[in-house]
Design a protein. Structure first.
Length: 258
Protein backbone atom coordinates (compact mmCIF):
# COMPACT_ATOMS: atom_id res chain seq x y z
CA UNK A 1 0.00 0.00 0.00
CA UNK A 2 1.40 3.37 -0.99
CA UNK A 3 1.88 6.24 1.49
CA UNK A 4 -1.04 8.36 0.26
CA UNK A 5 -3.41 5.40 0.03
CA UNK A 6 -2.57 4.31 3.55
CA UNK A 7 -3.07 7.85 4.84
CA UNK A 8 -6.69 7.91 3.67
CA UNK A 9 -7.65 4.86 5.71
CA UNK A 10 -5.42 4.96 8.78
CA UNK A 11 -6.95 5.83 12.15
CA UNK A 12 -3.77 7.79 12.91
CA UNK A 13 -4.40 10.36 10.19
CA UNK A 14 -4.58 13.95 11.42
CA UNK A 15 -3.32 13.31 14.95
CA UNK A 16 0.19 14.68 14.55
CA UNK A 17 1.27 11.13 13.70
CA UNK A 18 2.36 10.62 10.11
CA UNK A 19 -0.16 7.89 9.49
CA UNK A 20 0.97 7.14 5.98
CA UNK A 21 4.30 5.91 7.28
CA UNK A 22 2.95 3.18 9.54
CA UNK A 23 4.68 -0.02 8.49
CA UNK A 24 4.83 -3.36 10.30
CA UNK A 25 7.67 -4.76 8.17
CA UNK A 26 10.37 -5.95 10.63
CA UNK A 27 13.59 -3.96 10.39
CA UNK A 28 16.73 -3.89 12.51
CA UNK A 29 17.77 -0.27 11.94
CA UNK A 30 15.45 2.74 12.30
CA UNK A 31 16.46 6.22 11.13
CA UNK A 32 14.61 9.39 12.13
CA UNK A 33 15.84 12.70 10.74
CA UNK A 34 14.06 15.43 12.69
CA UNK A 35 13.84 18.82 11.00
CA UNK A 36 13.49 21.44 13.72
CA UNK A 37 12.25 25.03 14.05
CA UNK A 38 9.90 25.50 11.08
CA UNK A 39 11.80 26.84 8.07
CA UNK A 40 9.17 27.38 5.41
CA UNK A 41 11.28 27.05 2.26
CA UNK A 42 13.25 24.10 3.57
CA UNK A 43 10.23 22.17 4.85
CA UNK A 44 8.39 22.43 1.56
CA UNK A 45 11.47 21.00 -0.17
CA UNK A 46 12.00 18.31 2.48
CA UNK A 47 8.39 17.16 2.05
CA UNK A 48 8.82 16.96 -1.72
CA UNK A 49 11.98 14.87 -1.38
CA UNK A 50 10.45 12.47 1.14
CA UNK A 51 7.37 12.06 -1.04
CA UNK A 52 9.62 11.30 -4.02
CA UNK A 53 10.63 8.12 -2.17
CA UNK A 54 7.20 7.44 -0.63
CA UNK A 55 8.46 8.41 2.82
CA UNK A 56 7.17 10.69 5.58
CA UNK A 57 9.23 13.49 7.11
CA UNK A 58 9.48 14.45 10.78
CA UNK A 59 8.94 18.18 11.43
CA UNK A 60 9.29 19.79 14.86
CA UNK A 61 7.80 23.28 15.07
CA UNK A 62 8.26 26.30 17.34
CA UNK A 63 4.63 26.72 18.35
CA UNK A 64 4.61 30.50 18.66
CA UNK A 65 6.83 31.31 15.71
CA UNK A 66 3.89 32.31 13.48
CA UNK A 67 2.70 34.99 15.89
CA UNK A 68 3.29 38.70 15.20
CA UNK A 69 6.37 39.95 16.97
CA UNK A 70 8.16 36.60 17.18
CA UNK A 71 11.91 37.04 17.03
CA UNK A 72 14.19 34.05 16.62
CA UNK A 73 16.55 33.51 19.56
CA UNK A 74 19.70 33.53 17.42
CA UNK A 75 21.03 34.15 13.93
CA UNK A 76 20.31 30.54 12.94
CA UNK A 77 16.56 31.15 13.16
CA UNK A 78 16.17 34.91 12.89
CA UNK A 79 16.04 36.23 9.33
CA UNK A 80 14.72 33.04 7.72
CA UNK A 81 11.04 32.80 6.73
CA UNK A 82 9.16 30.44 9.04
CA UNK A 83 5.92 28.66 8.26
CA UNK A 84 2.57 28.72 10.01
CA UNK A 85 -0.15 26.27 10.94
CA UNK A 86 -1.78 26.52 7.53
CA UNK A 87 1.37 24.93 6.11
CA UNK A 88 1.78 22.52 9.03
CA UNK A 89 -1.77 21.24 8.56
CA UNK A 90 -1.17 20.86 4.85
CA UNK A 91 2.01 18.86 5.44
CA UNK A 92 0.24 16.71 8.03
CA UNK A 93 -2.59 16.07 5.57
CA UNK A 94 0.04 14.89 3.09
CA UNK A 95 1.21 12.31 5.63
CA UNK A 96 4.12 14.03 7.35
CA UNK A 97 4.60 14.23 11.10
CA UNK A 98 4.31 17.60 12.85
CA UNK A 99 5.35 17.84 16.51
CA UNK A 100 6.06 20.60 19.08
CA UNK A 101 9.52 22.07 19.62
CA UNK A 102 8.75 24.52 22.40
CA UNK A 103 6.76 27.74 22.41
CA UNK A 104 9.51 30.26 21.63
CA UNK A 105 12.67 28.09 21.46
CA UNK A 106 13.79 28.91 24.99
CA UNK A 107 16.44 26.86 26.77
CA UNK A 108 14.03 25.30 29.25
CA UNK A 109 16.79 23.78 31.38
CA UNK A 110 17.99 27.27 32.30
CA UNK A 111 14.58 28.57 33.38
CA UNK A 112 12.76 28.22 36.72
CA UNK A 113 10.64 25.08 36.62
CA UNK A 114 7.36 27.02 36.73
CA UNK A 115 8.32 29.15 33.73
CA UNK A 116 9.63 26.16 31.79
CA UNK A 117 6.48 24.08 32.36
CA UNK A 118 4.31 27.08 31.44
CA UNK A 119 6.11 27.39 28.09
CA UNK A 120 5.67 23.67 27.43
CA UNK A 121 1.96 23.92 28.26
CA UNK A 122 1.61 26.92 25.96
CA UNK A 123 3.23 25.00 23.11
CA UNK A 124 0.93 22.00 23.62
CA UNK A 125 -2.12 24.28 23.90
CA UNK A 126 -1.16 26.07 20.69
CA UNK A 127 -0.82 22.75 18.86
CA UNK A 128 -4.14 21.58 20.30
CA UNK A 129 -5.89 24.67 18.98
CA UNK A 130 -4.12 25.00 15.62
CA UNK A 131 -3.10 21.52 14.40
CA UNK A 132 -5.99 19.33 13.34
CA UNK A 133 -6.83 16.58 15.86
CA UNK A 134 -3.61 17.07 17.81
CA UNK A 135 -3.47 15.01 21.01
CA UNK A 136 -0.62 15.68 23.48
CA UNK A 137 -0.84 12.08 24.68
CA UNK A 138 0.23 10.97 21.19
CA UNK A 139 2.87 13.67 20.78
CA UNK A 140 6.64 13.77 20.94
CA UNK A 141 7.86 16.91 22.69
CA UNK A 142 11.23 17.95 21.28
CA UNK A 143 13.23 20.02 23.75
CA UNK A 144 14.72 23.19 22.24
CA UNK A 145 18.51 22.97 22.19
CA UNK A 146 18.01 19.35 23.29
CA UNK A 147 18.19 20.87 26.79
CA UNK A 148 16.11 19.34 29.58
CA UNK A 149 16.36 18.45 33.25
CA UNK A 150 15.30 15.39 35.24
CA UNK A 151 12.49 17.46 36.80
CA UNK A 152 11.12 18.55 33.42
CA UNK A 153 11.30 15.02 32.01
CA UNK A 154 9.48 13.61 35.03
CA UNK A 155 6.82 16.33 34.73
CA UNK A 156 6.34 15.48 31.04
CA UNK A 157 6.08 11.72 31.53
CA UNK A 158 2.29 11.52 31.81
CA UNK A 159 1.56 14.45 29.50
CA UNK A 160 3.07 13.29 26.20
CA UNK A 161 3.86 10.06 24.43
CA UNK A 162 7.61 10.71 24.66
CA UNK A 163 10.24 13.44 24.43
CA UNK A 164 13.58 13.97 22.70
CA UNK A 165 16.53 15.54 24.47
CA UNK A 166 20.31 15.38 24.62
CA UNK A 167 21.71 11.87 24.77
CA UNK A 168 23.19 9.09 22.72
CA UNK A 169 21.29 9.44 19.48
CA UNK A 170 21.43 5.73 18.72
CA UNK A 171 18.54 4.49 20.83
CA UNK A 172 17.06 1.03 21.39
CA UNK A 173 14.41 0.03 18.87
CA UNK A 174 10.93 1.32 19.78
CA UNK A 175 9.36 -0.43 22.75
CA UNK A 176 6.27 -0.06 24.91
CA UNK A 177 6.69 2.67 27.52
CA UNK A 178 9.74 4.25 25.89
CA UNK A 179 9.63 7.90 26.95
CA UNK A 180 13.19 9.11 26.50
CA UNK A 181 14.69 9.50 23.04
CA UNK A 182 18.26 10.69 22.89
CA UNK A 183 19.21 12.83 19.94
CA UNK A 184 22.01 15.11 18.88
CA UNK A 185 22.65 17.64 16.18
CA UNK A 186 25.87 19.08 14.85
CA UNK A 187 26.74 22.56 13.62
CA UNK A 188 26.92 25.37 13.01
CA UNK A 189 28.29 24.30 9.63
CA UNK A 190 27.01 21.43 7.53
CA UNK A 191 26.07 18.37 9.57
CA UNK A 192 26.38 16.03 6.58
CA UNK A 193 29.72 14.45 7.63
CA UNK A 194 28.39 13.75 11.13
CA UNK A 195 25.16 12.29 9.80
CA UNK A 196 27.09 10.00 7.46
CA UNK A 197 29.26 8.86 10.38
CA UNK A 198 26.24 8.23 12.60
CA UNK A 199 24.51 6.15 9.94
CA UNK A 200 27.69 4.13 9.44
CA UNK A 201 27.88 3.57 13.20
CA UNK A 202 24.23 2.48 13.33
CA UNK A 203 24.70 -0.04 10.54
CA UNK A 204 27.62 -1.70 12.35
CA UNK A 205 25.28 -2.56 15.23
CA UNK A 206 22.86 -5.50 15.29
CA UNK A 207 19.93 -3.16 15.99
CA UNK A 208 19.34 0.48 16.84
CA UNK A 209 17.33 3.61 16.22
CA UNK A 210 19.20 6.73 15.08
CA UNK A 211 17.42 9.98 15.95
CA UNK A 212 19.39 12.76 14.29
CA UNK A 213 18.59 16.42 14.90
CA UNK A 214 18.85 18.62 11.80
CA UNK A 215 17.18 21.87 10.80
CA UNK A 216 16.97 23.41 7.35
CA UNK A 217 18.32 22.84 3.87
CA UNK A 218 20.83 24.69 1.75
CA UNK A 219 22.12 27.08 4.38
CA UNK A 220 19.00 27.57 6.51
CA UNK A 221 19.38 26.97 10.22
CA UNK A 222 22.07 25.51 12.44
CA UNK A 223 24.00 22.58 10.96
CA UNK A 224 22.08 22.52 7.67
CA UNK A 225 22.27 19.81 5.05
CA UNK A 226 21.94 20.21 1.29
CA UNK A 227 18.83 19.30 -0.67
CA UNK A 228 20.95 17.32 -3.13
CA UNK A 229 22.59 15.48 -0.25
CA UNK A 230 19.18 14.62 1.27
CA UNK A 231 17.93 13.38 -2.09
CA UNK A 232 20.91 11.05 -2.49
CA UNK A 233 20.74 9.93 1.15
CA UNK A 234 17.08 8.91 0.99
CA UNK A 235 17.67 7.09 -2.29
CA UNK A 236 20.47 5.13 -0.64
CA UNK A 237 18.67 4.36 2.61
CA UNK A 238 15.57 2.86 1.04
CA UNK A 239 17.79 0.33 -0.73
CA UNK A 240 19.28 -1.00 2.53
CA UNK A 241 17.17 -4.04 3.53
CA UNK A 242 17.56 -3.57 7.29
CA UNK A 243 16.69 0.15 7.35
CA UNK A 244 13.36 1.84 8.03
CA UNK A 245 13.20 5.63 7.60
CA UNK A 246 10.43 6.69 9.94
CA UNK A 247 9.21 9.65 12.04
CA UNK A 248 9.57 9.31 15.80
CA UNK A 249 5.86 9.41 16.58
CA UNK A 250 5.04 6.70 14.09
CA UNK A 251 7.79 4.47 15.43
CA UNK A 252 6.49 4.73 19.00
CA UNK A 253 2.82 4.60 18.06
CA UNK A 254 3.44 1.30 16.30
CA UNK A 255 4.36 -0.29 19.66
CA UNK A 256 1.92 1.63 21.88
CA UNK A 257 -1.29 -0.16 22.85
CA UNK A 258 -4.43 1.62 21.66
Amino acid sequence: MQRRQFLQTSALAGMGIAAGCADDTPKQHYITLSFDDGFKKSYIKVAELYEKYDLCACFNIIAGAHLPGFVGPDEYIAGYPLGNFTLWNELQDRGHEVMPHGYRHANLAKLPIAEATDLINRSLDMFSSKLKNFDPKRAIFNFPYNASSPELCEWLDDRVLAYTTSGDNINPLPQVGQKFLGRRGYGPDSSEPRLDAQIEDLLTRPTGWLVFNTHGLDGEGWGPIGSGYLDRLLARLIEIPTVKVIPAGVALQDVTPA
